[in-house]
Design a binder for this molecule. Structure first.
Ligand code: CA
Length: 468
């Protein structure tokens, strides 16, 4: 009797914000192949990461635990390969497993991928063109463009697998991570048009924390020559120069995404051609969101909406209604629990997420989460984002910038004065007005601070000792 458990194809890119996906209403690009997953499956509008930075989010997705538990708090804290992960549990129950592409959780010692029948990954961030890749046999250079190569390798693995057993394949794109290097095929997209700027492009950071104004990820000031790839034209006003830099940045970012989109089409076409579509769960997500000129920034790290929100599209025709949309809150730590449940494997008690399989069949449990805990540990460092933790509910967001690296690897040692921010997301969806000290919100502050503390207790994290 053939194994009827679903296959899992988990496609994750790096730094692809949901507002650069047409299924999410992008104003700046179209992504027809990614949109196929929304058309044939479910779009989640409120999927959030618990720490908006590459390595930590990847560790949470694999382990189902928060970073204070899995120890992967910053880019410099590599994952211990002995930790329990969902691919390991699937493999033990007879799944064929593979990870291809970006790993970014360390190499050597206990840091190479574990729980995979096959792995072939980029070292660190990896290169866009002719990248080195590492597998169990060593390192070699592959000629070509990284997004095409990762897809070629994913297709090859699918073709060579044992068709009698279910598979779980993690296809992890490097793109569209900085330094946003497109391939030849897409290099001239958008040449003859201007990409619209976002509504908060000229944010002056007034009425907010010092953390916002002190971050070093501004389009007008912090993009490097390497990012821009062309000299800034002479004779531009400051405003013109900022807009010129935005166009340089966003066009290359979107060109990288266009290649991802084409390559996702190749994978989906393969599933169709092989009759695998009905029994394969396909996910498209990214390790976090990204600022696309929002607040005048590129990059991520902040608990603000654009970087907190992850795209999450999922297709599984057997259980998910085509074209469905869900507004419930799901988190990166919930992904592995959901995959395990679909595979008929009970979710271990030490995973901190919750399976959202019931949401996918259209039923939201009465006690489904309506708040989430976030913590950014990599204080300072190259983008000078102050360490913070906070809580987001459906209507509000409370953030405490404790501004201390706490000795975490990769964090800066200087300590910043602590400060709070509160946003009313209904009235101020772009988070431009901190109402923490507004007396009209005194009750909200009291309630949210208590809820923040109870989430920390539940998840086993400690409040900052100097919390004000
Ligand atoms: Ca990332």
């Amino acid at each position: 009797m053939p194994d009827a458990r679903p296959n899992i194809l988990f496609i994750m890119s790096d730094d692809h914000a949901s507002h650069a996906i047409s299924a999410y209403g992008s104003r700046i690009n179209t992504t027809p192949h990614i949109d196929r997953l929304a058309r044939d499956g479910m779009r989640f509008n409120n999927c959030f990461c618990t720490n908006s930075i590459c390595t930590p989010s990847r560790a949470s997705i694999l382990t189902g635990t928060y970073n204070h538990v899995n120890g992967v708090t910053t880019l410099s804290t590599h994952m211990d390969g002995r930790l329990q992960t969902f691919p390991k549990l699937l493999q033990a129950e007879g799944y064929q497993t593979a990870v291809i592409g970006k790993w970014h959780l360390g190499h050597g010692g206990n840091h190479d991928p574990t729980g995979f029948d096959h792995w072939n990954v980029l070292p660190g961030q990896g290169l866009y063109h002719n990248p080195e890749m590492i597998d169990a046999d060593g390192t070699r250079v592959h000629e070509g463009y990284v997004t095409d190569l990762i897809t070629d390798m994913s297709l090859n693995w699918l073709k060579e697998r044992d068709p009698e057993k279910p598979f779980c394949m993690l296809t992890h794109h490097k793109a569209p991570h900085r330094s946003w290097e497109p391939d030849e095929k897409h290099a001239h997209m958008y040449d003859d048009e201007d990409i619209p700027i976002p509504p908060t492009f000229d944010d002056d950071y007034a009425n907010r924390s010092r953390a916002a104004s002190e971050a070093r990820m501004r389009i007008d000031r912090d993009l490097t020559d390497e990012d821009l790839k062309e000299p800034v034209p002479e004779g531009l006003s400051a405003e013109e120069e900022k807009r010129w830099k935005y166009q340089r940045y966003i066009k290359d970012y979107l060109r990288c995404i266009a290649s991802i989109d084409d390559n996702i089409g190749r994978l989906l076409d393969y599933l169709d051609a092989e009759g695998l579509t009905d029994n394969t769960i396909v996910v498209y997500t990214s390790d976090q969101g990204f600022f696309l000129g929002d607040h005048g920034w590129y990059d991520k790290r902040f608990m603000y909406e654009e970087s907190l929100r992850m795209p999450f599209l999922i297709r599984y025709p057997k259980e998910i209604a085509a074209g469905s949309v869900n507004d419930d809150m799901i988190l990166n730590v919930d992904f592995p629990c959901t995959f395990l449940e679909y595979a008929g494997i009970s979710v271990p008690d030490d995973m901190q997420g919750t399976s959202f399989r019931s949401l996918l069949s259209g039923n939201t449990p009465d006690d489904w989460q309506t708040s989430m805990y976030y913590r950014y540990w990599m204080h300072g460092a190259h983008h000078n984002v102050h360490a913070h933790y906070g809580i987001r509910t459906r209507k509000h967001k409370l953030i405490f910038y404790y501004g201390d690296g706490l000795g975490q690897e990769g964090a800066t040692e200087d300590i910043q004065p602590p400060e709070w921010e509160l946003f009313d997301l209904d009235k101020d969806p772009y988070e431009l007005r901190n109402v923490y000290d507004d007396s009209n919100y005194a009750n909200v502050v009291t309630t949210l601070r208590a809820e923040l503390r109870s989430l920390q207790e539940k998840l086993g994290d400690e409040p900052y000792p100097g919390e004000i």
